[in-house]
Structures are given as structure tokens and as C-alpha cells.
Design a protein around this ligand. Sequence first.
Ligand code: CUO
Length: 676
Amino acid sequence: DRPTEPVFFPKGNNDVIFQLPEDYLSSRSKTIVDELPSRFGRIKEEIQIKRIELPDLSEPMRLGKRENFSVFIPYHRQLAARVIEVLMGMRTTEDFRSAVAYCRENLNPLLFIYAFSVAMLHRPDTRNVNIPPLSETFPDKFIGGGLLNRAREEANIFQADGTRVPLRLPLDYTASDVEEEHRVAYFREDLGINLHHWHWHLVYPFDGPDAVVRKDRRGELFYYMHQQIVARYNFERFCNKLGRVKRLQSLYEPIKEAYFPKLDSFVSSRVWPPRNSNVTLSDVDREQEQLKFDIQDLERWRDRMFDAIHRGSVVQDNGQEMPLTEEGGIDILGNLMESSSISVNRRYYGNLHNLGHVALALSHDPDNRHLETFGVMGDSATAMRDPVFYRWHAFVDDVFQEHKSTLPPYTLQRLQYDNITIASFSVQTDGSKAPNLLETTYDQNDVNLTRGMDFTPRGNVFARITHLNHKPFTYIINVNNKGPQRLGTVRIFMAPKFDERGITLLLRDQRLLFIELDRFTTNLKSGNNTIRRKSTESSVTIPFEQTFRDLTTNRPTDNEGLSRFNYCGCGWPHHMLIPKGTPEGFPCELFVMISNYNDDKVEQSVDAETCDDASSYCGIRNKKYPDRRAMGFPFDRPPRQGANALADFRRNLPNMSVIDVQIRFTPPANNPNIVD
Ligand code: CUO
């Protein structure tokens, strides 16, 4: 696929130049600025940045420009919180732009992009402005395997139409099949999944002004979103003949899973450090990041949390007890575990989840004797690539489940919806004759690297990425309403039917494997109703275009084209809604429930500014979580006595239905969309 006729200057390039006040510039930049007009031939727009009285940013400026930055490191979070506070505090948009220009010029770029993104998402005057996805500004965090170096090498090769040939990133570049964990690398290394995770932590920062951190049910959402990640990962593992991920129970045992990310880091000018097999964790003592904690601290915090769960209350930092109630307990625990600045007692319950990430990210150099930076576990944009992420989060989830198991199981009365009967339920893949068959394959899409790398000559450079995808489908639910017209909430979940050994799962275990596929409100008129709901309407996912714009058919040639789509940002990538399945068809159970909207509804206004594409895992921007039930309802707690199997659970509950479905994966050899 070599181009036939090299062309050296691509068409259509828009350059915008920001003119900064002289004293905003570092001395190195001044010389670059002088050269600018010759370097950027076609400047279309010049924006003058107003000089403002800047607040003191000397503290965050201490983080060197080429150092790595992690939101999991308390010192770094503190620096970021200061920048967020400054940016949020700017009174006008113009002042905000000045402060941003100053920060962009003078701060560590990773710290800057994090604080800037948080501020953009939370300021009323900017929260609807599109920002390019991090995969474009920092492609080095998402695209490895030496592709970015290749992109530089081949930057001056053009096709006859003035475009460059996209560079193909193979699906398999971090390990060989000898490593069985590699079977699920397509999930761990998926671009959209990692972008979702970065975005989630932007929407829910650990530290910063209260308005940014204190959000409705954020602790509970921390638990639920990560619980669903573990459930989805286990689902994929089953599809690939792997057992459930083992929680990282003992922090002193060697960690079997290795990970070699093969990602280059532009900022710290080196590769992300790998982790060998059978590494053990060590106490961390690194002055550079002001980190000092022992593995025993992690254990102590864990024990205190278990203690609180079993006593049913936590100790606040003023010494008073706060009960872990049925409704609010999980939220308190989520904030303690994470921990965020709204933890009720950070001193006593510590910083378990974040410092677990850090200990795992620094297992190769816990005392900085080799002057190495942290591994992928230390960054929310890269952590999900590493198998140990899921072991750590399986452990974290286990703590939450301990609390959930202290709650009373849902009684029939709390699960039923009078006079509502699901008469039939099915799922139909578009263009397929077979009912209840979901179809998956690998597809390819392009990511533009141009924002994150400097190329000479200028012009777009694309990486072509292979990823899992599924055919669109429709749920068809026939509902009989023997009462008057009412509203109901439709809740759709799916889980594997059998365990690793091929034995039917007990609901006790299966409930932890149920992945949410959709949740929506529906109008039920008296009598028979047919509900048709498309997979693309899912409350879990953001549209495909937000991860990959459809560049293969409509490739933008300038920056206007690049921002055609409105980004809400946070949300599970649509192409990963359905697990991979198997070529022979992977057996699953699809569950639907209609609950009484009167028990579900949350009173609030929802306006056009609201980002609610993916509310299940992300909530709604600046609003309350739109469902009053516990997140994950009705599978968030162990089932009532006697309900050992899903069939027992739904007995005498006609407002629920379960069907068998299969997920069939068709290898890309048969897929005409895959081109090499
Ligand atoms: Cu999202 Cu551990 O919280 O990574």
C-alpha cells in the first residue's frame, strides 16, 4: 500500500497563532516565537492574549516540564488542585484564556492538560466547548509499538491526493500468545476504553475546589463504574477461555502477571517502564514525588475499612461515628476508598486505592534508585492496559461487596411492578434472520496524530487502529399493562450463562458478572405495548463517532472538520458495548426488568446543555445521577434466600424476563472492512 506519487505539501491547513504577552514566555520560547512566521507558512488567525494579573503558580511550576505526572500521586494532585482552583477562579472567559496561555507556556504539559481539561469541563462558560480527545493531544499514551516513530520517519510520503497513507497499528504488539493474558489485550489496550477511563477521572477529580469534587453519589459511582469494568473484563475472559481475574488479595505475594506496554512517552523522553513476572511490591520512598508509604499502610487501611463495614459505621475525622446506611453507605465507602478530598476521614482510612495504583506503578523502582518514572498503572489514561489493573480493582470491588453483603436482600415487594407483565422479550441483530444472536468482529478506524506531534511537512497523519465491534441490534419487549397508563424504567443486563468450567452459574456469582447494557424510561399505556430500543441508544455508551470519527468515508482536511462532533467525553465506547463472544457462539443470559418509575425518578430539570449520553457509568454533567435506585440494581446485592439461580430470582416477578442469547465472533478474515 505504498503511495504511487509522493507530494510534499498537503492541501488545507489552518494554523492559529496565540500572541502572548512577553513576560508570559519562558526565555527559550522567545526565540521560537521570533521564527514563527517562517515556520508556519499559512497563518490564518492570530489571537492576542490579554495580560492579566496572574495568581501565584510557583508551586505547580516546581514540577519540571519533562517529569511525569500522575493523578494518583498525592503531591501531584495537590499541584493540579492549585491550578484547577486558579483556572476555575478566572472571572471572565478572556481572563481564563490568558491564564490558560500562561499555564500552557510555563507548566509541565501533563499537569497542564489535566488541570485545563478539568477546568474546561467544569466552567459554565466553557463546558460546552469541544476539546480534542486526549488520544490526539497525547497519542503517545494510547498508541505504542513504535508507530509514532514510524509516523515521523514517513511524514514526507504523500499520495497523489495530498494525503498520507494511514499507518497500521497491529492488534497484537504487546505480547505473544505464549502469554495467555494476551488473549484479552484487545480489551485492555482499546483506545476508547482507555479514553473513557481518563475522562471519567476528569469528570470526577480526586482533589480540587468543592464544586469540582463534591458531586451527587460520586463515591457510589466510583464503586459502580469500576465494578462494571471488572465485570466486563471477566466476561471477556470467559469468552477467551480464561478464568475470572484473581483479586490482589495478598500484597506480599509475587505478582504473576507481567506487562510490557511498548509505549513511548514524549514528555519524559523514554518508554513507559515494564513490569516483569513475579515482582513483589515494596515500600515506596521517593523524594522526587514526595511519596513515602509502606505496603503495611495499605493493609492497615484495608483492615480499617473492613472493620467499619462490619460495625456498620465509619469514624469521621472529628471522632464521631457515621452510619453506613443502606442507601448512603456505599457512597461514603467509595469516597474513603478512592480516596477523594471528600473522604470523611482521610487520616484514618488513608488513601488505599490511589496508593495501590502507585505501589503497583513503582514496583520496578520503589525508592527511585534507578531514576525511573512510574509504569502505566500510575496514569488514568494508561492504567487499564495492564492486567494488574483488574486484579487491583477486583480487590477494591471485593471490599465494596463486603458492604453490599451486609445489606438486606431485595424482597419480592421491592422488585415487583404491579400489573406489569413482560409477555415476550427478544433481541434482533440488524440484517440477520436468526433471533437472539449478537454478532461481533474486528473493524478498523483511523486516529489523527497531528495535534499531538509536530510533522514537517505539515498535514494530517493517521494511525489505523483495529478494534472489536458489533453489528447494531434492537431489543423488542412486549409488555402487558393491566393497570392505567404509567411510566416504567427498563433495565437491561447481560451475563455469561456458564462459569469457567462450563457449569451453570449460581446467581450469587453471576450477579457480579452482569454488565449493564441499557437503562431508559418508557411510557406504558394500558393494555399491550411493544417497546423497540436500538443498541445505539444505550445509556452506557457514547456514540462511535466520539471515539473514532468516521474518517475513512469523510476525512476532514482541516481543523474545522476535526471538531465537527460535540464531545461529552465520558462514556463507555460504543464499539465495546458487547463482549467478543466466540466463533461458535458464546452462551449468555439477557435480562430485562421494568421497575416502577415512581420509585426510580429523580426530580431535576434536564436541559439542552446536559450531557446524558452515557449516564449509567458517568452520571449527567452537573446534575444528579438520574436513577434513584442503588447503582447496579437489582444485582447490586446478594439475592434473597432461595434465589440460587436467575430463574428462582425472577419467579413470581412477571415484570422481569430472561432469555438465552449467543454472541458470535466472526474473525476479520471474513470482514471486508479490514484492509491491510
Ligand atoms: Cu479508575 Cu483505579 O480508579 O483507576
